[in-house]
Design a protein. Structure first.
Lengths: 340, 445
């Protein structure tokens, strides 16, 4: 026998295929069809918005890794996801400088300050979006006509606004979202256009069917917990059904609630953020049901037409508490473990 | 998954599905390994106290002759695996880590496979204590890997009634197929062993749990069993760690062993099919345990298969025989790859508890860089005990070992490794838990 090098290692000696980087890469892949549709839908402004947000998020992550003398963590794709998700939740005409600032705030405030990947309490993309909502209320609620003939050749007037200026809406390009039309004018969009996505709205939220398919891809690959979107959407549907049953003339149909606005995108790609959601099985159901319920309540009774963002952020906030009361029951013991 | 379990066989909640990797060995009959020129028989190769040697240097011994006696109840007899001359009793490397006193025997050239020493007994006339003693004297220990003395396992403390004997024929570890071959080739011996064990514990029925990836074994057993008889076969789902004692009880009987207790507290005793085959073969003849079936497999093994290996055969000899070239860096695992330990030297012998020798290529070739926990929850979905490995891992990283034990049920972890197996962040969870447990034990001393 030739000289032998023996490795010592403790069990298990086998490892299931899969890594953090692989999961994040697949989430990115799953977002790409949605991104492509939004470019088709809204043109080069949407593309510029996605590139700006993604580049800012990646650079912010890299910058803070360098500042703290750590190995850069941009290769794990999680900052790319944050950037893409942030862009997908913004209006197509959102000024790029505002998107960059929101991305910076999302990564730095919600992720880096909490300790980087795996430690963020809130979804960084949504924190960035919440910042945009608070700081730029006009730009964040100015919507664009989809499928404008000049969309591939011209930027929307507000996209290239100078930093630290707020552009005024240009009427030729603006339109109201189905949610806003319902909320402020009492107009109900038909379910089919919501399903396919041929409506005004945030960059990536309009096509329910596309988001659904992309989410199903991740679920099929075992990279997303199906229980979260199922719980969010199911709970939103049930809550909306109750209101619709009480006053069908005023409240929209549950299908409208399910397919309009950011509910589908939020349920599939943001509520399901592994880091900021509970880890236990029953905890996941509670978390999802809570988000779906809150989203509908905020939509129906709040000042804004959409509520999914705050619903998810509230869900993130209580996730640790939910997890604490839903620990699994260990084998051979009657009660659940008394968690810290 | 929970709903489907009703359709696809009995099982316990959660767990993982590692690849079987048994194709290279499970179809091949068990073959005999020749005697190595020198055998190393550690005095402690079982759970409990080391055996006391009965032989002296230069003494001639016969294959099957007792060479060490049990030192009290928590110990077993050892028998010479070959006819030959005792070279001495020396400290030798073993799989347990520290060097252990071992009897070295130089094999007599031209020795036959015959057993030259036996003490047959009329099993019908033995009462339970006599039966237990007879089992101790054949040197039987659990063949599944833990090497817990079988007579101890079959001695039920006063005040406990055993209703069911559970026989573990799951073999849920990847690569291993020794139990599978034993169920096929030694079916009668397995059943005889089960009858003896049922008598020893006073059980009225026995259930053999076999995973559904071994339909031929299930068929072979059922063909020899009376449908209405006390022994039945329970088809369980192929899932790791189905073969763990507590998980198998849950799968077959829907009972849970209370935390910190033993199966006999709920009227159950669990034994491995390999142990039953040895019991059924050896006890009626009154022979000692001198060999066992070992699966030798893994990339780099030219002739993988199941071998009947004399106890005390050094790994070097075994691996040479199966065509292991040893040119690459490897890790050599005793047992299966999920729970087995690597050895540091090829001088380590095959002992009574070694169910497999698996040689895997250089682990450094894989990317094993640790990443932060992304709370994907795969470990929580995998842990068969229902612990929260994610939280436990975070506590271990900040050395909160006492909190882990007091509030997070650390001591219920039986180190199956499912959490580490699934973790996409490469966090060495079960390794953390082993360290935490051993430091907690140290603290109590």
């Amino acid at each position: 026998m030739t000289p032998l090098k023996i490795e010592l290692k403790t069990s298990p000696h086998l490892k299931q295929a899969g890594s953090v980087e692989q999961i994040m890469r697949h989430v990115t892949y799953a977002l790409l069809p949605i991104c492509a549709f939004s470019v088709y839908h809204f043109g080069i402004s949407a593309l510029a918005l996605m590139i700006t947000a993604t580049v800012t998020c990646v650079l912010t992550e890299h910058l803070f890794a360098k500042l703290s003398g750590k190995r850069t963590s941009v290769s794990d794709f999680s900052a790319v996801i944050t950037g893409l998700l942030l862009a997908l939740t913004l209006p197509p005409s959102f000024p790029l400088w505002m998107a960059a600032l929101s991305g910076f705030i999302g990564i730095s405030l919600a992720k880096v300050m909490f300790g980087g990947m795996g430690y963020n309490l809130f979804n960084p993309a949504l924190v960035g979006r919440a910042f945009a909502q608070a700081a730029f209320p006009v730009s964040v609620s100015t919507w664009t006509v989809p499928g404008h003939p000049d969309r591939f050749t011209e930027f929307l007037p507000s996209t290239l606004a100078m930093p630290f200026t707020t552009p005024a809406p240009v009427d030729a390009w603006t339109a109201a979202t189905p949610l806003a039309q319902w909320k402020f004018d009492g107009i109900h969009a038909d379910a089919w256009s919501l399903f396919t996505g041929m409506t005004p709205g945030s960059v990536g939220e309009t096509s329910a069917i596309l988001i659904l398919l992309c989410g199903l891809y991740l679920i099929a690959r075992g990279m997303m917990n199906w229980r979260i979107p199922a719980a969010v959407l199911g709970s939103a549907f049930v809550t909306a059904s109750v209101f619709y049953w009480m006053d069908p003339a005023f409240y929209p149909t549950p299908w409208f609630v399910l397919l309009s606005g950011g509910l589908m995108l939020g349920a599939m790609f943001m509520a399901s953020d592994m880091v900021a959601s509970p880890i236990t099985r029953s905890g996941i159901w509670i978390y999802g049901i809570l988000i779906g319920f809150l989203a509908v309540i905020i939509r129906f009774f709040g000042g804004l037409p959409e509520g999914i963002m705050y619903a998810i952020l509230l869900g993130n906030a209580v996730a640790p508490l939910i997890e604490r009361i839903t620990q699994p029951r260990p084998y051979g013991s009657r009660k659940r473990r008394d968690a810290a | 998954m929970g709903i489907l379990s009703f359709l696809t066989g009995l099982t316990f909640p959660r767990g993982v599905h590692p690849p079987g990797l048994k194709e290279d060995t499970r179809g091949k009959p068990i073959r005999r390994l020749p005697f190595a020129p020198r055998m190393v028989i550690p005095l402690q190769q079982h759970f409990g106290r080391p055996s006391r040697p009965l032989v002296l240097k230069h003494q001639e011994v016969l294959r099957g002759q007792p060479i060490a006696e049990a030192d009290g109840f928590e110990s077993v007899t050892l028998h010479a695996p070959v006819t030959g001359v005792v070279e001495g009793i020396e400290l030798m490397p073993t799989a347990r880590g520290p060097k252990t006193e071992s009897i070295l025997i130089r094999t007599a050239p031209g020795d036959s496979q015959a057993i030259h020493w036996s003490r047959p007994r009329d099993l019908e006339r033995l009462n339970r204590p006599q039966l237990i003693q007879a089992i101790q004297e054949i040197g039987l220990v659990g063949q599944g890997g833990a090497a817990f003395p079988t007579h101890m396992k079959l001695s039920v403390p006063d005040g406990f009634d055993i209703d069911t004997l559970v026989i573990n024929g799951c073999e849920c570890e990847p690569y291993l197929s020794a139990d599978h071959r034993i169920m096929l080739e030694q079916t009668d011996a397995v059943i005889v062993g089960i009858r003896i064990a049922m008598k020893a514990v006073g059980a009225t029925r026995a259930v053999i749990g076999v995973e559904d990836d071994k339909p031929d074994a299930i068929e072979a057993l059922q063909a020899r069993l009376d449908k209405e008889g006390p022994i039945s076969v329970g088809k369980v789902r192929s899932k790791y760690p189905q073969g763990s004692e507590k998980m198998l009880i849950k799968a077959l009987l829907k009972r849970e062993v209370p935390s910190g207790h033993f199966p006999y507290h709920i009227g159950v005793v669990v034994n491995n099919v390999g142990t039953m085959a040895q019991l059924g073969t050896l006890l009626p003849r009154g022979e000692g345990l001198v060999e066992r079936v070992v699966t030798v497999a893994g990339p780099g093994i030219t002739r993988p298969g199941n071998y009947r290996v004399p106890i005390g055969t050094p790994l070097r000899y075994l691996l040479q025989h199966v065509g292991f070239t040893g040119s690459d860096a490897s890790h050599i695992i005793l047992g299966g790859p999920m729970m087995g330990n690597t050895v540091s030297s090829l001088d380590v012998p095959v002992t009574k508890g070694v169910s497999g020798v698996v040689v895997l290529p250089d682990p450094e070739a894989e990317d094993t860089r640790m990443q932060p926990c992304i709370r994907c929850g795969r470990c929580v979905e995998a842990c068969p005990v229902g612990l929260n490995p994610s939280d436990l891992g975070k506590l271990a990283a900040v050395r909160q070992y006492e909190v882990m034990e007091e509030r997070y049920h650390l001591n219920d972890c039986f180190e199956c490794g499912c959490c580490s197996y699934v973790c996409p962040s490469n966090i060495p969870l079960v390794q953390y838990f082993r360290i935490a447990k051993s430091l907690n034990r140290e603290r109590l001393k």
